[in-house]
Write a protein that binds this ligand. Structure first.
Ligand code: PMP
Length: 402
């Protein structure tokens, strides 16, 4: 090589993820900013967390908890998580060997996939699917096998909700199936699994070595007196599952990126082998702050009430429009069918309708079609109601024009 030659070599890096571009959340948030639209698109609260949590983190920093914590997370936080799960779901995970603190749910999910999936393995995902699953599976050389939630419609063709595609799930299982990924409460549809669904899943995988990755980041947002059906409630499933949760969702701190994974010891052992070289550990003062705050069960046990009020407020307002509301038994997302509005824009596909809604009506939403590998259009868009009452009110005023 001639060092005097000024032309630098352009290295060709073949992409690992040819289908991945900028995510719809980034696109819609940028558009919302550009058009000063009210952003009910990306799922994050526009209000502050409890000041007691901020104080607890501050105290931890000032108490000099600022160096590397243990690889799996600080003991008081893992103990707190274990107690919370035991209290809510009656399953005991050993904090020493069965719980690991992660850099948000996303890193937990990625690490579950990285430790479990080998090239040639198949992982079944249920569409509409959270956007990190398929790229994570493909990054490690696995093959994602999408099956789709069944879209239920009434006699007039209006969407009434979603159900689990049991036949398709059964058919998707092959000798290469390594894992099934489930997500309840479900982003983006808001649907929740019932106890009978967990029973059916257990039956489906009973005589196999199929693992379950259970994304439960919205576990504390289940409404109308229903209970969250964690895999931790189901001993047979818990025995083959990685359970994921996120403090970002539960405590209104999505930017902190702290979550956790719980799994039986032999699975957690493999998880930690990857975790320690993937992120090694998660920032110390947040862990101390969260451990202190987690001692009080009220914030997470009251979260469903808190969000149910917001859900009901948004639903009531939307009922005055021609949007058709889908049921929202969980999460902080409200899906609506826009195909029955009395405007020409109902002809637009979901992504274009969301762009139009942002630019012309001033409210950003997310197209549910973005949660499918190969776009499926059902005329449904998603609003996030993790917003202050005034934000929701303003959005409703704008939407009431439709
Ligand atoms: N799973 C689902 C279904 C989510 O909606 C999200 C956050 N949008 C995550 C996982 C990731 O959580 P975190 O922000 O803690 O990485």
């Amino acid at each position: 090589m001639n060092p005097n030659n000024n032309t630098l070599r352009q290295i060709n890096l073949p992409t690992r993820l040819p289908k991945v571009g900028t995510t719809i959340f980034t696109v819609m948030s940028a558009l919302a900013n550009e058009y000063q639209a009210i952003n009910l698109g990306q799922g994050f609260p526009d209000f502050s967390c409890d000041s007691r949590l901020l104080d607890a983190v501050n105290d931890a920093m000032r108490a000099d908890h600022n160096q590397y914590p243990p690889m799996a997370g600080i003991a008081p936080l893992r103990e707190g998580i274990s107690k919370k799960i035991a209290h809510l779901y009656k399953h005991i995970y050993d904090p020493l060997t069965e719980i690991t603190v992660t850099a948000g749910g996303t890193q937990g999910i990625f690490t579950v996939i990285a430790c479990a999936v080998r090239p040639g393995d198949e992982v079944i995902v249920i569409e509409p699917v959270y956007d990190s699953y398929i790229p994570a599976i493909e990054t490690v050389g696995g093959t994602a096998i999408p099956v789709q939630l069944v879209v239920e419609r009434n006699g007039e063709g209006k969407i009434t909700g979603y159900t689990i595609p049991w036949d398709a799930l059964q058919k998707a299982i092959t000798s290469h199936t390594r894992m099934i990924m489930i997500n309840s409460p479900h982003n983006p549809t808001g649907m929740v699994w019932e106890k009978s669904d967990l029973d059916k899943l257990a039956e489906l995988v009973r005589n196999t070595d199929i693992l379950i990755c259970s994304d439960e980041v919205y576990e504390h947002m289940v409404y109308d007196g229903q209970q969250h059906q964690s895999v931790a409630r189901h001993p047979e499933l818990a025995n083959r599952s990685f359970l994921i949760s996120s403090f970002g969702k539960t405590y209104h701190v999505t930017g902190w990126k702290v979550g956790y994974v719980a799994a039986p010891k032999h699975l957690m052992n493999e998880f930690r082998k990857v975790h320690q070289f993937n992120v090694f550990t998660v920032n110390t003062p947040m862990q101390y702050g969260l451990a202190k705050y987690l001692e009080d069960p009220v914030p997470y046990t009251q979260l469903s009430n808190f969000y149910q009020q917001k859900r009901d407020f948004l639903r009531k307002g939307l009922e005055a429009t021609r949007f058709k509301l889908l049921p929202t038994p969980g999460t902080y997302f409200q899906c609506v069918d826009y195909k029955h509005l009395n405007i020409p824009e109902t002809q637009l596909n979901e992504a274009d309708f969301c762009q139009w809604l942002t630019k012309e009506i001033g409210v950003a939403a997310i197209p549910v079609s973005a949660f499918y590998d190969k776009t499926v259009e059902s005329g449904v868009i998603r609003f996030c109601f993790a917003k202050q009452q005034t934000t929701l009110q303003q959005a409703l005023e704008r939407l009431s024009k439709l």
